[in-house]
Design a protein around this ligand. Sequence first.
Ligand SMILES: [Zn+2]
Length: 264
Amino acid sequence: MIESANPNDFAVTTPGAGLIPHGAPPLYFTFATLAKLGLPHATTTRHCPGTAVWGEPQPLVGPEAVAALASTGLDLGRLTWARQMHGADVARATARGGFAGRADVLVTTEPSAPLAIFTADCLPVTICDPEAGVLGLAHVGWRGTVRGAAQAAVDAVVGAGGRADRLAATIGPSIGPCCYEVDAPVVSEFRAAYPSMWERWARPAAPGRFMLDLWMANEALVAAAGVDPARIDNPRLCTACHPDLLYSYRKGNRGRLVTFAALP
Ligand SMILES: [Zn+2]
């Protein structure tokens, strides 16, 4: 990972971080690591047209999004998605795809049937063992971190036949420790859930206020669940630092980024 001298200089940050932009302005990103593993995947930017979240009147992925994402190789007609609850419940996708109910972790063993997770500051976390043919995708915010969503994704992938020593993980664009200020009640939930780890993730900022590092927390939790830290790829692209490119709930955006991933 190469740190940019100027965190707002997107052009400098991206190449070193291993995220590949597609389009100008970028409609979506792919991860060099996942591309190397042969997984069709994409994380949209705010420039990608035609996506909606569950519960909105528009189709989840409209014709404009299908056109924008055509070169990803994703079969968007077989998409699986869920109503995300900030929890750690797991839903298993079918070959046909469709709505999977209430869940924040999706897992599949079906080739070419994409999973979708919606975020705007929360972390889209991908866990995969392409050799075994198992893929998981999780939506992880602070509540999901406290409830163990990323670990649940690792467990679900291993439970479906993935081998812990072969797992690869990615963390997509999401809010960084630069921008994520929380209050004491949030931090006390971390203290209760992770008594020996939480102090590394919360830096005092002002009386009763902390800067929370969900990236470091989820990297540590995914590693503790069995993934080799060298195989956890986090380009550290902060949604709140890049409001012109990404959606940030904290910055008042109503839109959502969509992370799609499928087994080859
Ligand atoms: Zn930031």
